[in-house]
Design a protein around this ligand. Sequence first.
Ligand code: BES
Ligand code: MN
Ligand code: ZN
Length: 483
Amino acid sequence: MTHLVLSSTTATAADGDALVIGLHSVDGVATAVDAAHADLAAALGAAGATGNLGETTVIPAPTGYAVASVAGAGLGAPADLTAERVRKAAGSASRYLAGRTHVVSTLGAIDLGAAAEGHLLGAYVFTAYKEPSKAPVEQVTLLVADADDATAASALRHAVVAGEAVALARDLINTAPNDLPPAVFADRASAAAAEAGLAVEVLDEKDLAAGGYGGILGVGGGSSRPPRLVRISYAPAGATKSVALIGKGITFDSGGLSIKPAAGMENMTSDMSGAAAVVATVIAAAALKLDIAVTATVPLAENLVSGTSYRPGDVLRHFGGKTVHVLNTDAEGRLVLADAIVRAAQDDPDYLIETSTLTGAAVVALGNRTMGVMGTESFRDRVAEIARETGDGGWAMPMPEELREGLDSSLADIANVSNDRAGGMLVAAHYLAEFVPEGLPWVHLDVAGPAYNTKKAFGYTGVGGTGVPVRTILATLEELAAQ
Ligand code: BES
Ligand code: MN
Ligand code: ZN
């Protein structure tokens, strides 16, 4: 990962390949955020900079500067400035400056944490299968008034932990599905957790059978690469609150016998984004030494087509005993999640946070940059707000009571899909709710849209795995820990 450094040298004395300065757009004219950079803004404006959000413009540095180039990072209108805009501008600058080794950034003077996070996330590249055409920036030096200030150091540390967590989630998501069957995901998650000093438990297919995890086994039955259930626990001494995290880990979703169309099926490599997010987040919680216990429960299975696949019409028995009539094998996420939710609830947590690429309906409703947030009302509303603050993007969604009866089954306790397509994202939330203990504050984050970027890079988000909702869950844990 890109190395972040604090320095209190001046913009003129700082040495590096490029100096990043913030530009506002004022009546269409690029205007320096820091009045001391007015000369640079004028030169950047002459080179075409407007100060619009996300725009990066590079010119040779004028005499008097130690750096080779100056990059103007557009932040938009001064009145619209937010932490997220600083993250986006820093992220765009990091992406645009790839190929340069050492970047010096003044964006930290606006918001150090946001600038650091944006620079880090924007510099991320996935290199397992090919070398990037331009190497990511190796070091970003953030200019601050006092490089020894404790608040600055802690903002930087937070950005590094969040950046590492997002990078871990992105790496797992970007790994091709042939290289990431359930057992390999489990090994990689275990290794990362062990390195962080966390306790890990992995149930293999025999353990799952012995324990009665019928949902996970049913979904995973069509693959020669058997399912797993991974549990990672961070339990700091003296913590008085605990949170259960649960993430959907379908390492590839073909739909099973209710097979998906060919177009876009390759994107179902990302159907373990929820699992990747909660593994990364429990590790980040430990790195930040949060005063709250966190356990991630991750059901892993590959939803494939074969002679051993589960069928439409099958009845499965979930962990805990509830039976489900499978009417569509492509509604597999809720089946593995129900087992995991019941297992996680046995620990008697104070909060439950579940995340999954659960429904195409979430993408239809909210697009590709907003997660759907469902669950108990006040916790749901707060988490949706946090999702917007972090830049992950989220909106609270209702669970209209009348949608529940679509899941009624005459053969089993519940059906896995409704007889009515209306409100598919909300129906899926009803399915999960059936397995959450009464009275437990919980949220379901449907990240089917924002977890995986199949379009162009933007801000600090590249193509592929995005790491959504790592920062939302981490910020939620921090808030609960501080309460
Ligand atoms: N993994 C998919 C949901 C998905 C769709 C994620 C698009 C990301 C992008 C999920 O397992 C699925 O197939 N859901 C079905 C549910 C339906 C059968 C009720 C869907 O959305 O079509
Ligand atoms: Mn599916
Ligand atoms: Zn799926």
